[in-house]
Write a protein that binds this ligand. Structure first.
Ligand code: GLY
Length: 423
């Protein structure tokens, strides 16, 4: 099977490495990829959002399967263009990707499917912001009502900070979504979905704030771990049966059946799981940890999803143990990051022992030096017999990487190790 992966982050690097482990995958291409992905796949400088160019590349490389990583091409209909060209694609249609691209659509689907989620209001007029804030909070949850890569969200008990973020979004012309605060630890559950067939992967937990102890602003994700020792197996079953399956069925009922990865982000509160958000693609950085434990051929699972035969393949098998992703971020991230610095200690190959270095925002200079080129620069994925060992694998490896001004959280998965998470 010849596979083309679309995207350029650590999530796509993890997808490429997992696909490479599948003996049925005979050729791997990526567009545009990054310096790390280029070690394992032929990379091509194609814009992921340019549907015609993606179709042309998939045709040129004779791809049997295209896997779209990021949400923006999905929301723009790149998967539709591939399907029109007769090329199997892992990723939903633009109509189904609205589950992530339009918060109003997602709320409407959840309401029709009877799924618990936060109460919300959209504000598009600055004159209405103060009254609307009075109807919410504390705590206030203020979101960009569009795609914002996680950074459009401010969760705060400080009304003036909530107001400032809302006003800033409105000034930029973005409608603001106010939501009631859902308490309880967060879970990311990724499900392969092909119409009404739903196959869950391992549950994971993201760490969205920049600083240890969940302090500082939200980011695109500073680390993740899987599985979740504190989450009962029956809660995962309940999420699949009471949340993901009804939403998949509702999308089919509306004529926009989902094909790809449906990501349920949930808060596990005292009244049970409630949806924080749905995304239409693999989550970043949770995917990097989840795929590190996958023991089944990834290509077969994604191809079956893309071709409507998911119900006929074996459910995924998982390695015992745990996996932890730690994100190395550039100085000043999640503000405007410092770019263009040389990185040392990232290593040549993908993996050494129990740690794998994945590239997120990197590029290679003509002299071969590895250079930072994004806010999230590298990820280190550690595996081990348990979470403590997986953390040690990741943190030992990341300590050997040198990038001026860079930072990472030191507490990924720590609350779970110390039994500080209660549901
Ligand atoms: N883990 C957050 C996201 O992928 O949006």
């Amino acid at each position: 099977m010849r596979v083309l992966v679309i995207g350029s982050g650590a999530r796509e690097h993890a997808l490429v490495l997992a696909l490479r482990r599948d003996p049925a995958v005979t050729a791997l291409f990526a567009a545009p990829g990054n310096a790390g992905i280029a070690q394992h796949a032929q990379v091509r400088p194609v814009d992921p959002c340019a549907a015609e160019d993606v179709v042309a590349l998939a045709t040129e490389v004779d791809a049997d399967l295209v896997v779209i990583g990021p949400e923006v091409p999905l929301v723009l209909g790149v998967a539709d263009a591939l399907r029109v060209a007769g090329i199997p694609c892992f990723g939903p249609s633009a109509a189904a990707a609205r589950i992530e691209g339009s918060k109003a659509f997602a709320k409407d689907v959840m309401s029709a499917a009877g799924v618990r989620t936060a109460h919300s209001e959209v504000v598009d007029n600055p004159a209405e912001l103060d009254d609307a804030l009075d109807r919410f909070g504390p705590t206030w949850v203020v979101k960009d009502d569009g795609l914002a890569a996680g950074k459009g969200v401010v969760v705060t008990a400080d009304r003036s900070a909530a107001r400032e973020h809302g006003a800033e979004l409105l000034e930029q012309g973005h409608p603001v979504l106010l939501e009631s605060f859902l308490d309880g630890p967060e879970v990311s559950l990724f499900c392969l979905v092909d119409g009404e067939t739903v196959v869950p992967l391992l549950p994971a937990q993201d760490h969205k704030r920049v600083g240890d102890g969940d302090t500082g602003p939200n980011t695109g994700g500073m680390g993740a771990y899987t599985p979740l020792p504190w989450l009962p197996e029956e809660t995962v079953t309940a999420i699949v049966e009471d949340v993901v399956r009804p939403v998949a069925a509702e999308l089919v009922r509306r004529g926009s059946g989902f094909s790809g990865l449906l990501y349920a982000g949930l808060a596990i509160g005292s009244a049970g799981p409630a949806v924080v958000e749905f995304n239409c693609r693999f989550g970043d950085p949770e995917t990097q940890a989840v795929l590190a434990l996958l023991d089944s051929p990834l290509g077969e699972l994604l191809y079956a999803t893309a071709t409507g035969t998911l119900a006929q393949v074996e459910p995924p098998r998982w390695r015992d143990g745990a996996a932890v992703t730690v994100v190395l971020a550039a100085e000043n991230y999640p503000g405007r990051p410092r770019l263009g610095d040389a990185i040392s200690g990232a290593g040549e190959g993908a993996s050494d022992g129990n740690a794998t270095v994945l590239h997120a925002g990197t590029t290679q200079r003509e002299d071969g030096a590895l250079i930072s080129a994004g806010g999230r620069v590298l990820n280190v994925v550690g595996v081990g017999a348990n979470l403590t060992e997986a953390r040690a694998s990741a943190y030992d490896r990341i300590a050997a990487i040198k990038l001026p001004g860079s930072h990472y959280r030191t507490d990924i998965g720590l609350a779970a190790v110390e039994n500080r998470i209660e549901v």
